[in-house]
Design a protein around this ligand. Sequence first.
Ligand SMILES: Cc1cc2nc3c(=O)[nH]c(=O)nc-3n(C[C@H](O)[C@H](O)[C@H](O)COP(=O)(O)OP(=O)(O)OC[C@H]3O[C@@H](n4cnc5c(N)ncnc54)[C@H](O)[C@@H]3O)c2cc1C
Ligand code: FES
Ligand code: FES
Length: 1308
Amino acid sequence: MRFPVQLTGTKYGCGGGGCGACTVMISRYNPITKRIRHYPANACLLPICSLHGAAVTTVEGVGSTKARIHPVQERVAKCHGTQCGFCTPGMVMSIYTLLRNHPEPTLDQLTDALGGNLCRCTGYRPIIDACKTFCKTSGCCQSKENGVCCLDQGINELPEFEEGNKTSPKLFSEEEFLPLDPTQELIFPPELMIMAEKQPQRTRVFVGDRMTWISPVTLKELLEAKVKYPQAPIVMGNTSVGPEVRFKGTFHPVIISPDCIEELSVVNHADDGLTLGAGLSLAQVKEILAEVIQKLPEEKTQTYHAVWKHLGTLAGCQIRNMASLGGHIVSRHLDSDLNPLLAVGNCTLNLLSKEGERQIPLNEQFLTKCPSADLKPGEILVSVNIPYSRKWEFVSAFRQAQRQQNALAIVNSGMRVFFGEGGGIIRELSIAYGGVGPTTICAKNSCQQLIGRPWNEEMLDAACRLILDEVSLPGWAPGGKVEFKRTLVISFFFKFYLKVSQILKTMDPVRYPGLADKYESALEDLHSRNHWGTSKYQDVDPKQLPQDPIGRPIMHLSGIKHTTGEAIYCDDMPVLDGELFLAFVTSSRAHAEIVSIDLSEALSLPGVVDIVTEEDLRGVNSFCLLIEPEKLLETQEVSCVGQLVCAVVADSEVQAKRAAKRVKIVYQDLEPVILTIEEAIRHHSFFQGERKLEYGNVDEAFKVVDQILEGEIHMGGQEHFYMETQSMLAVPKGEDQEMDVYVSSQFPKYIQAIVASTLKVPANKIMCHVKRLGGAFGGKVTKTGILAAITAFAANKHGRPVRCILERGEDMLITGGRHPYLGKYKAGFMNDGRILALDVEHYCNGGATLDESLFVLETGVLKVDNAYKFPNLRCQGWACKTNLPSNTALRGFGFPQSGLITENCITEVAAKCGLSPEKVRMMNMYKEIDQTPYKQEIDATNLIQCWKECMATSSYSLRKVAVEKFNSENYWKKKGLAMVPLKFPVGFGSTAACQAAALVHIYLDGSVLVTHGGIEMGQGVHTKMIQVASRELRMPMSNVHLRGTSTETVPNANVSGASLVADLNGLAVKDACQTLLKRLEPIISKNPKGTWKDWAQAAFDESISLSATGYFRGYETHMNWETGEGHPFAYFVFGAACSEVEIDCLTGAHKNIRTDIVMDIGHSINPALDVGQIEGAFIQGMGLYTIEELKYSPQGVLFTRGPDQYKIPAVSDVPTELHVSFLPPSQNSNTLYSSKGLGEPGVFLGCSVFFAIHDAVRAARQERGLLGPLKLDSPLTPEKIRMACEDKFTKMIPRDEPGSYVPWNIPV
Ligand SMILES: Cc1cc2nc3c(=O)[nH]c(=O)nc-3n(C[C@H](O)[C@H](O)[C@H](O)COP(=O)(O)OP(=O)(O)OC[C@H]3O[C@@H](n4cnc5c(N)ncnc54)[C@H](O)[C@@H]3O)c2cc1C
Ligand code: FES
Ligand code: FES
């Protein structure tokens, strides 16, 4: 779709159905029911052959700027729901498809529809806002809990944040939106309808070079095909077969894919239960069950209800619409959500073969693929019978995943008990688990032994012990989290016990005493209300000219192009004549000598043109960007898994990737293999350049303090997870050794330099062009350069364009991410909470090469004080050299780690003093004018202002009381509330690194072209630059255009990062515009009523240049590490965030209830973009501190290589309430219109969620009498939360002796 027909609106983000970037709408006409079904699907898993007779609508078909923009496209753009725009077409398609089925959806339907779409930039709130405009009553959650509207009832029964504000206009205006008119939608193609009605139904066969696709249309033909090709899979949704083919290299020469076979879609209500066709999609099953649950009495629908509940969280909407019930059951994934339930529900499978029909039970033997209980070759699953439940029979479903929605369960379970009429004695009991073995596991023996026992505490205790014995997991079990899984296994049973006890009580209150009140909430789903948010910002000065766009919430310049799919990213560029594709071969060992590389088989494959090795790059195989040169390719000694060894160049992507797998490398492992920070410390494996900052006299201060505490915190790394993976296209120009490099990079100057050096040509021959990036977050600087250099080398060698686009898994493996950190601290403090001395050590895991590790470390050390005045402070940092892929810049650059370490220390000090952490924070904060540890002056007035405002807007004190009340009334659920301040110093530490340039042309028709050195990566810098040009030249924004960034127009531009892109480049654009205006002023004053066209022509006639460069030399910043003094930062951004969460102590799940953020951002240039940056960064930070968890094997292999294993926040993770407000603007003389850079600061505020969870866990532990210190590392995942809420279940589980086994993964 993307290339042959050039419909590049549909994006490719992961290839495994996990990100939603490729969402399209599939419409099918059923000639029997005469109904059309529209559903969303992941194009990346949709085999083209399966689409016969279906209409596929891509984002291009929804609307375009050339024809008509669809209301969905308009509203997502105008509500500021796009930043980099790479996820946007997928989002639009999900919303569009929902609206085709439900023109006035509920908010539940909306959040459900977006559950399969990831966005790394926006934080989802504006997308939800856009969606809400289609709902009947958009301002309200519509859940009407207790019959009261959410807007009236308040949270914790407290008055709400006052919504809206006189001084704060809305970020968008609903009045201007196009109405949604369902009659205007594209109709289903009549020719397809006629085809479906009229065409003779017969098997279709598609034969390709390597494989054959057979689509039978009757059951008879299906069986014949199955007999002929017994090994061929029956592909239904392809969501199980597809990922195996793509990621595991499984090859099927023949595929059988039934099409519209009626018997596979049967829905039959019989006396004994419901029969559902194996071909029904999971989404259809959910709808059917919802209807059945409504119609039948509750006692008959216990199993249906449990299955329906799981279908609400199983995968995303797209996968549920593609995946079939039969495919799900037959796949028998170890973490299948439905199989445990269907097994305990006594379901039977109706099979058919040429020999006839038979039924088999869906039981443990079937699930373990025991041959006597499995499908025979030639047999197919036609339907599934799910029996009705009986009176006194109860069925429940449980699951816990890393993320609430669209994440495979860590452990799931189905449980059923039958008591028979009264009596309370267990007559039947079935328990099955997923995630705790190679397949679904049934606790059969335990259940057997419990039969005949009454449902009471003794039974519970016995059951837990029996289950733990039967469902045993070795310490080394794949997937890790072993103790957590063991705990979940019995925690789920405890939940079941509570639930059944509660029902028994309602059925027979006399005989069954029921639960203690405090236990009841254990059964409730975590507080779930629909999202709503507010943004409060100051409107522009009423005296400001109406046409002056500065300070106004202007939509992202590319917003509409993002939503229509017209925005072009690197890989959307059409394939060029003779183009080749490059695929990398990477090392599979963490530390090894390469003994030999055999390229012969790879080279012999058709289409393979070349394999670039170190040999080819002789003399140019390394490049020094910062301090240490880095090698491009390595063929001697590899020092991490994922190191680039060679690169295959072939005619096509498929051929290049196929050949890359055939390169044979023989390794000789080397010692030592250092993976963790602790190992690096033991081996003294550090990069040169320890960083140290000292202020006051720490040692002396320790002598006078009341108390001293020592502690440490470990913080895991983070993957950038930009939605657009590393992408580049190198095009030799054919003369004078010129080359154009189109690349998704934050640093074109570097790409130009490294390519020029690799090709041994001067920089003026290499031009690097960047239109826009699909996200970057620091990950498209150094690694991109190395990839581009090799790609350009291949292009130059063959004189043909070469494209290189990394797969998600490769990208995650090769490019590194945020540095894991270990922080050790010693704090000296007074009993009233004043911290007088702080001694901190930072260790970051730099990986195999230096990259930017020292700068990251340096930034962490410089920012260790966060918002606090520690009168005596020492901070030292070391960058550890390990055998992991090299870590690099990621939004916040060391501050999110450093800040967390400091805040954790403060939290511990508060606990020691018996005070709230907020009190200790406030007490130690900078006040008024002061000095940082590096002796830079700081005016902290706005810091205090943010803190106070955040306290007030969040109703902190009242809510703290409410949280405590909740905690005293609930034993298994706890709430937590925490507030953190922020002082984010902005700057690069050197004046030269802050210089920026721009070029502005005025054409004779009066139109203006602006170019500058900044990269548009979603933050909206181009939009802001046009706002600047518009203000300076006093012309409408529509008159100004910006084409992209290129080394051809602005040379030597600095890297785009560090929150400074708009600041610096804006000053350069301003300078260029002022130069032009000055030149043109005499002409304008001669004809003040003239147009720009008149003035441009007049200037031309008078030989006045209409083109000007602009320049900003950089902020005056410097730092002397010898003396530990300097002025490394241009200014400070202040802020505060207050978050509230609720945790489930039995599962470790948490719910983000509410976050209030207050920021001091000076004069906002564009409040819509700035709110977007704050929210997006906050959600990214929240992910960092809570759910994003990289997993490495003890051999240094990264396991987490895609959205299925690595969980970034999804729409369900956004706090139910999210309020962002700005302080009234303050003057900031040295920045662009007194604005402040905001790209990074918000990440750190995500740790307010970490500390809110910390607060909740502490409450749980206190209630259980655990009063000692609480050590919680980051990310604070469900595993860590559950294991910290120690109770009788965590005590019951078996623990393995450390060192007695090799764990599946290790924290690095
Ligand atoms: C991104 C993603 C997220 C997911 N999340 C979850 C989750 O949260 N929870 C969960 O439980 N699962 C999850 N899954 C797994 C998903 O539920 C299964 O992949 C899906 O149900 C398989 O159905 P399918 O129709 O796509 O199977 P296919 O891939 O089409 O087929 C799978 C197998 O079933 C066999 N088969 C299919 N139909 C028949 C038949 N009628 N008779 C005999 N054999 C048949 C095929 O031969 C094949 O071997 C996820 C999958 C993806 C890709
Ligand atoms: S590309 Fe298809 S879901 Fe990610
Ligand atoms: S805007 Fe969603 S990923 Fe960038």
